[in-house]
Design a protein around this ligand. Structure first.
Ligand code: A2P
Length: 278
């Protein structure tokens, strides 16, 4: 049977043409700021829906209406749980289904977000320890941007080491900006003090610190540079976020050092985020 023609709904033609309907059950937030770092990297901040709760280190599904359809991808929330706004750090893929559009957003634009955040890079998934290593490559730094700005991280750990490896020096800038923001922050600056160590390295350009983090762990240079002993499962904890190959290789080294992988329902000595947008 054919559905009867709907004659009782009126949609203003200009509204229908310019603004596709927002799908039910998702947040529609307003972009507040956009900063482009390189041809391939940018970050943006948007409004945080009242009542949207998450744990620092979790990710959410972020999307845009493309034509009349929403497209979503998993994005780590880069801002900490206490922040009134939400921050994201993203790659730009020229023909990427979402990022080819997302890279063009401007303040005032609408970004969609599904309601339920989730993820394994949370402090609750780790057993107590003294030192927390955060291993990241590329935009894998995003969940750690959240955690290094959360006071709880420093309540739970005496020392926090953020490693960030990129191909080129320009790609490290977000990490340096975060360190500066923390140092200058009214409350965080004092709380963090010298507990947070930043270890940036690049693999395809000249730079004082060079090489894949996995090679630097294997050679022991990472620990020598930091003035720390090699990994010890009694005191060291780890979180890993990067490409699939980097996750696999870093995990193997942590396991070789005697650390075991944990999860939300089974805390242990290290955790991995597998929903990373690479
Ligand atoms: P490399 O330049 O030697 O490939 P990508 O953009 O490909 O995700 O790489 C981001 C950074 O991660 C690069 O510095 C890259 O080094 C490094 N990387 C890539 N694969 C691995 C891996 N399996 N283990 C550790 N680091 C990796």
């Amino acid at each position: 049977m054919n559905a009867p023609a709907k004659t009782d709904e009126f949609v203003a033609p200009e509204a229908a043409a310019s603004k596709p309907a927002i799908p039910d059950g998702v947040y529609a937030e307003t972009v507040l700021a956009v900063e482009h770092y390189t041809e391939h990297l940018f970050r943006f901040r948007m409004t945080r829906p009242p009542g949207f709760r998450f744990r620092s280190g979790e990710f959410a599904m972020i999307g845009l209406m493309v034509g009349d359809k929403p497209i979503y991808r998993a994005y780590s929330i880069a801002s900490p749980a206490w922040d009134e706004e939400l921050e994201f750090f993203s790659i730009k893929v020229p023909d990427g289904p979402l990022t080819s559009h997302l890279q063009k957003i401007k303040p005032g634009d609408t970004v969609l977000m599904r309601k339920k955040p989730t993820g394994t890079l949370v402090l609750d998934a780790l057993t107590p320890g003294k030192r927390l290593y955060m291993f990241s490559t590329g935009t894998g730094i995003a969940p750690f941007a959240s955690l290094i700005r959360d006071p709880e991280t420093y309540e739970k750990f005496e020392e926090v080491i953020l490693t960030h490896t990129c191909r080129e020096v320009a790609e490290l800038k977000y990490g340096f900006d975060l360190m500066e923001e923390i140092r200058e922050h009214e409350f965080l600056g004092e709380m963090v003090g010298d507990k947070l160590k930043h270890y940036p390295t690049v693999t395809r350009e000249d730079y004082p610190f060079q090489g894949r983090i996995t090679d630097l762990m294997e050679s022991g240079k990472l620990y020598t540079d930091l003035g720390l002993p090699p990994l010890d499962p009694a005191v060291d904890r780890g979180m890993i976020c990067g490409s699939t190959a980097m996750l696999k290789d870093t995990k193997a080294l942590l396991e070789k050092a005697g650390l075991t992988e944990g999860a939300n329902n089974k805390p242990a000595e290290f955790v991995i985020e597998r929903a990373f947008v690479g």
